[in-house]
Design a protein around this ligand. Structure first.
Ligand SMILES: [Mg+2]
Length: 185
């Protein structure tokens, strides 16, 4: 099956925040492992304090037997390890999303395969594109904070028309989960 560019940029699900990702829905789909983006997904960029709603969601996922790993493009491994240690989950830095190599390594860490692994992140051109290239279950969340790395700010300019397209399709901007497949039809 050939994936078109827009399909590669389209998340399978959209949620307002990490805490809004429905773990029941993921379990029903056979998802057993989740790769988490760090900045503006788990916590605001440059912060080291994990918001309680993110920590609670991670605890609930672990309680259900989900295997989690933070898969980040960050160049600050100390901060990444600090956050991962607080959450009690493994992490992998400099994975260079949307490249596939790092994501494959992270999938290996959680002991799963791509079809049973979700990736959750706030950026289309890294988290979603990378996950879709491996046919993972991709979930886009709204960025936690407007403060961002300069490279991310540039990437956001390119994201804008894609987000506009997703909005036209009814995906982004809804509170409830929506099936991307429904929307693409
Ligand atoms: Mg991010």
């Amino acid at each position: 099956m050939r994936l078109r560019l827009l399909d590669l940029l389209c998340p399978r699900l959209y949620a307002e925040s990490l805490a809004g990702v429905d773990l029941d829905a993921l379990a029903e789909r056979g998802i057993e492992a989740i790769l988490l983006d760090l900045d503006n997904t788990i916590l605001p960029w440059r912060d080291s304090e994990v918001p309680e709603e993110s920590a609670k969601w991670v605890r609930e996922a672990l309680d259900r037997g989900m295997r989690l790993c933070i898969a980040s493009n960050t160049r600050n491994p100390r901060r990444l390890k600090l956050v991962a240690g607080k959450l009690g989950i493994p992490c992998l830095d400099k994975i260079a999303k949307p490249r596939r190599k790092g994501l494959r390594q992270a999938i290996h860490i959680v002991g799963s395969d791509a079809s049973r692994t979700a990736v959750i992140g706030d950026q289309i051109f890294t988290d979603i594109l990378g996950g879709n290239r491996l046919r993972m279950f991709t979930i886009l969340v709204r960025p936690m904070h407007h403060r961002e790395f300069i490279g991310t700010k540039i990437s956001r300019l390119l994201e804008k028309p894609v987000i506009a397209w997703l909005k036209r399709k009814g995906l982004v901007g809804t509170k409830a989960f929506k099936e991307a497949s429904e929307i693409q039809d």
